[in-house]
Design a binder for this molecule. Structure first.
Ligand code: ATP
Ligand code: MG
Ligand code: MG
Ligand code: MG
Length: 447
C-alpha cells in the first residue's frame, strides 16, 4: 500500500512537470525598486527585513504581519524540524492548542487585565470574551488540571507546540523580528518537586544550546528579570546585534551575563568575579522560565504523590521565537546586500547555473540538467534541495549575482570549463565568513 501511494504521488509530479525545481517557475517576487521594499505603513527597517523583502522571501500583509513565500517557508519548516528533534531528545511531546482562547482562563490568572492592550481580545456571537493566544500557560495548565488521577509516576510531563501567537505590539517593526502575529515554540513542563523542575530546566537549557549550536549562531545566555515570582529562575537567549531591542550586560572575564532589566541600576561590575561589564544590544530569541506553582495553584493542577496525597505541579515554560530566529539569523549572518543563512536551514542547498542560450558553451546545458538529476541520487540528503536556474536567456554573471544575493550555500556554474577535456565545474561555497570558489570534476562534486 505504501509503495503504491508513493508511486501515485510521483506519477502526479511527472504529470505536472518534470519535477525539476526551476527558478523560472518559482513565485518569489523580487523587488526591483527601493520604494517597493519598505512596505506599507511607517515601520522601521533593518538589514534582514530589507533583504527578505527585496528577495521576495516575505511580503508585508499589514503592520506586523507578513506573507512567507515558498523559500522562506521552507527555512521555517526546516527550523521546525530541527526544534522538533531537540524537543524529542528531552522527552517533549508535541501538541496543538487552539489559538482562540476563552477570556475566563485569562481572568482566572488576572492576565486579562495585566497583559493590557497587548492581548487581541474579541467576542463571539454570544458576547463571550476570547483572545488570540499570545502564549498558553493558562490553557495548558487547565489541560493538566483536568487529569484528576495524575500520578507522580507520570511526571515530568513536557508538552510543547509550534503555533502562531498574537500580540498587539505597541511598535511592530523590523519585519519578522517583532510581529503582531508570529510563530513560537512554547514548551510547558510539569514536575513533582522544585528539585526535579530545576533538572528539567537544565535539560531544556541544554536543548536550547544545541538548537543554536546546530544553527551555527553565536548566542548569549543571560539572566532575565524573573518578574513577580520571587526566587525563581529565568534566562534569555540573545543574538548580539545592533537592532536588538534589549541591553545586555556581559562580563568580560567569566560567563556571567544579564539583561539590563534584571540587574540593579547601580550594578557596575560583575557580581560573580567583579570584572567590568560590557553593554551589548541583543535580539531575544528564546526565554526559559521556572514558574513554580504560579499557574498550577490557580487551576489546581495537581498530581497524587507517593502517599496518595494531591500536590501542586511545579511548572516551567520555555519559548523560542521561530520566525524571529529566522530573521535574526539573517540579520547577524548576512552581508549588507547578500543574504547568508545558517546552512542547516537554508531554503535550498545547491543552486545550479547552466550556460546562456546561444553562447559558445551552450552544449553544456545537458550536463547541468544531468547534474541536477544525479546530485540527489548520489547524495540522498540533497533530495529536493537542488535548484536549477534555467533562466538561460540571462548571462551566467547576472544569474550568479542573484545567487549571491539569495545566499544558498552551494552555487554550481556549468560554463565553458565543463566542455574542456578535464571537465570542470565551478563550485562556489557561500558562508557568512567567506565565499570560496573551487573548480572540481564531476566525481569530486558528487563526493
Ligand atoms: P520581547 O521582549 O522581544 O517583547 P517577550 O519577552 O515579550 O519578547 P516572550 O514572552 O518571552 O517574549 O516570548 C518567547 C519568545 O517569543 C521570545 O523570546 C521571542 O523570541 C519570541 N517573540 C516574542 N514576541 C515576539 C514578536 N512580537 N515577534 C516575534 N517573536 C516574538
Ligand atoms: Mg514582548
Ligand atoms: Mg523580553
Ligand atoms: Mg521574554
Amino acid at each position: 500500500l505504501f509503495s503504491t501511494e508513493m508511486a501515485h504521488t510521483c506519477a502526479f509530479r511527472r504529470y505536472v512537470h518534470d519535477g525539476r525545481l526551476r527558478v523560472s517557475n518559482m513565485f518569489q517576487p523580487m523587488a526591483t525598486r527601493q520604494s517597493n521594499v519598505a512596505g506599507k505603513g511607517k515601520e522601521l527597517t533593518c538589514k534582514s527585513q530589507r533583504l527578505m523583502l527585496q528577495t521576495g522571501l516575505i511580503r508585508q500583509a499589514h503592520p506586523g504581519a507578513y506573507h512567507l513565500m515558498g523559500p522562506a517557508l521552507r527555512a521555517v519548516e526546516k527550523l521546525v524540524r530541527l526544534v522538533d528533534q531537540e524537543m524529542a531528545a528531552i522527552g517533549g511531546q508535541k501538541v496543538e492548542m487552539p489559538t482562540l482562547t476563552p477570556g475566563e482562563l485569562w481572568k482566572a490568572t488576572d492576565r486579562w487585565d495585566t497583559m493590557g492592550t497587548e492581548l487581541f481580545k474579541l467576542q463571539d456571537r454570544h458576547k463571550a470574551d476570547y483572545c488570540l493566544g499570545p502564549t498558553h500557560e493558562e490553557a495548558v495548565t487547565e489541560i493538566v488540571a483536568a487529569q484528576s488521577n495524575l500520578s507522580y509516576k507520570q511526571l515530568p510531563i513536557k508538552l510543547y507546540q509550534i503555533t502562531r501567537k498574537f500580540r498587539d505590539e505597541r511598535r511592530p517593526r523590523f519585519g519578522l523580528l517583532r510581529g503582531r502575529e508570529f510563530l513560537m515554540k512554547d514548551l510547558y513542563t510539569f514536575d513533582t518537586s522544585e528539585e526535579t523542575a530545576r533538572e528539567t530546566y537544565e535539560g531544556v537549557s541544554q536543548a536550547y544550546s544545541r538548537v543554536f549550536n546546530r544553527l551555527g549562531l553565536n548566542y548569549v545566555r543571560v539572566e532575565a528579570d524573573p518578574g513577580d515570582i520571587g526566587g525563581s529562575l529565568s534566562h534569555e537567549y540573545h543574538l548580539p546585534a545592533e537592532v536588538g531591542e534589549d541591553q545586555l550586560l556581559v562580563c568580560s572575564q567569566c560567563s556571567f551575563g544579564a539583561n539590563k532589566e534584571a540587574i540593579a541600576e547601580n550594578q557596575t561590575s560583575c557580581p560573580s568575579c567583579s570584572s567590568p561589564l560590557t553593554v551589548t544590544q541583543g535580539i531575544e530569541v528564546g526565554h526559559t522560565f521556572y514558574l513554580g506553582t504560579k499557574y498550577s495553584s490557580v487551576f489546581n493542577a495537581a498530581f497524587l504523590n507517593n502517599k496518595g496525597q494531591p500536590q501542586l505541579c511545579e511548572m516551567g515554560c520555555y519559548g523560542l521565537g521561530m520566525t524571529r530566529i529566522l530573521a535574526a539569523a539573517v540579520e547577524v549572518l548576512s552581508l549588507a546586500d547578500q543574504i547568508r543563512w545558517p546552512e542547516v536551514i537554508a531554503p535550498y542547498h545547491v543552486y545550479i547555473i547552466p550556460p546562456k542560450k546561444g553562447s559558445k558553451e551552450e552544449a553544456a546545458s545537458q550536463l547541468a540538467e544531468d547534474l541536477y538529476d544525479i546530485i540527489p541520487q548520489q547524495l540522498p540528503h540533497l533530495r529536493g534541495e537542488v535548484l536549477l536556474d534555467d533562466r538561460s536567456h540571462m548571462t551566467i554573471g547576472k544569474r550568479l549575482k542573484d545567487a549571491n544575493v539569495l545566499g544558498y550555500p552551494y552555487v554550481v556554474v556549468v560554463g565553458k570549463q565543463a566542455l574542456e577535456a578535464d571537465q570542470k565545474f565551478e563550485v562556489i561555497h557561500q558562508t557568512e565568513e567567506q565565499t570560496q570558489t573551487h573548480h572540481v570534476s564531476r566525481e569530486e562534486l558528487l563526493h
